[in-house]
Write a protein that binds this ligand. Structure first.
Ligand code: NAP
Length: 238
């Protein structure tokens, strides 16, 4: 996989934040990148933003909770780019509150998008990745190993993503499909209603995770960093 130029990459949740930043970095390296989002307008403006840095960009309106939409998204990528080499299961949401505050709807949305959405994305992609001997990268979180108050739904979803990713890494390596999970700490994005501002400079930036994805793809095929924790070097108070 070592040459990124020309690789066909599908990133879920590419309309904003980490997904968009990773897409920008990978397009600039010459990859063919498809991004998904639930929202037609957001996906259109993200594609316009990306098209400035490269030609091979595809926007797909698809909700990771919907298996049919994810199957269709993979088919669109195969038609447009001639195959699928890399899937980045990134789409996610954050609902935070104590167990007494958290509603069933917030719980269901968190699990359905952050965990079942990763399952749907992977499941839809496997046949194409078997052909390309491709790569699956899931975006988990440090919340997938560190639990905290008011984090029950998010912690449950991200602990789940980490376990799922490690198990499928074992399932899929006989097909020469690599699986890595990236577990970031704080990243500048629109996560949980945040608006990026000038106080975000200490955080990981989305393009840094794009660089990390590129580094993983460039890794010698015999070596697999399967679970990667990544954190801001110097958070406030450190
Ligand atoms: N920011 C952090 O500090 C941080 C740290 C660790 C891990 N993460 C993880 O990083 C991932 C990306 O989050 P972010 O920080 O970039 O947040 P963000 O700025 O809010 O972006 C989230 C992205 O996910 C998409 N999305 C949400 N639900 C979706 C669905 N059902 N189907 C398809 N796309 C969906 C959104 O698109 P639409 O709204 O347009 O559908 C958007 O593109 C998440 O998995 C998050 O848990 C974030």
């Amino acid at each position: 996989m070592q040459d990124i130029k020309g690789k066909s990459i599908l990133i879920t949740g590419g309309s904003l934040g980490i997904g968009l930043g990773m897409a920008e970095h990978l397009v600039a390296l010459g990859a063919k990148v498809a991004i998904t989002s639930r929202d037609e307008n957001r996906i259109k403006s993200a594609v316009e933003q990306l098209s400035g840095s490269g030609e091979d960009v595809l926007g797909i309106q698809a909700d990771v909770r919907n298996m049919d939409e994810m199957n269709d998204a993979v088919n669109q990528v195969k038609s447009a780019f001639g195959g699928l080499d890399v899937v980045v299961a990134n789409a996610g949401v954050g609902h935070f509150g104590s167990i007494e505050e958290l509603s069933l709807d917030q719980w269901n949305q968190t699990i359905d998008i952050n965990l079942t959405g990763v399952f749907n994305t992977v499941k839809a992609s496997i046949p194409a990745l078997k052909q390309s001997k491709g790569y699956i990268i899931t975006i988990a979180s440090l919340a997938g190993t560190n639990f905290f108050a008011k984090g029950s739904a998010y912690n449950a979803s991200k602990f789940g993503v980490v376990g799922f990713s490690q198990a499928i890494m074992l399932d899929l390596r006989p097909y020469d499909i690599k699986v890595s999970t990236i577990m970031p700490g704080s990243v500048t994005s629109h996560f949980a209603g945040h608006t990026p501002d000038e106080n975000d400079g200490w955080k990981i930036q989305p393009e840094d995770l794009g660089q990390m994805v590129a580094d993983l793809l460039r890794m010698n095929p015999r070596t697999l960093p399967s679970k990667i924790e990544v954190r801001p070097t110097k958070p406030p108070g450190a």
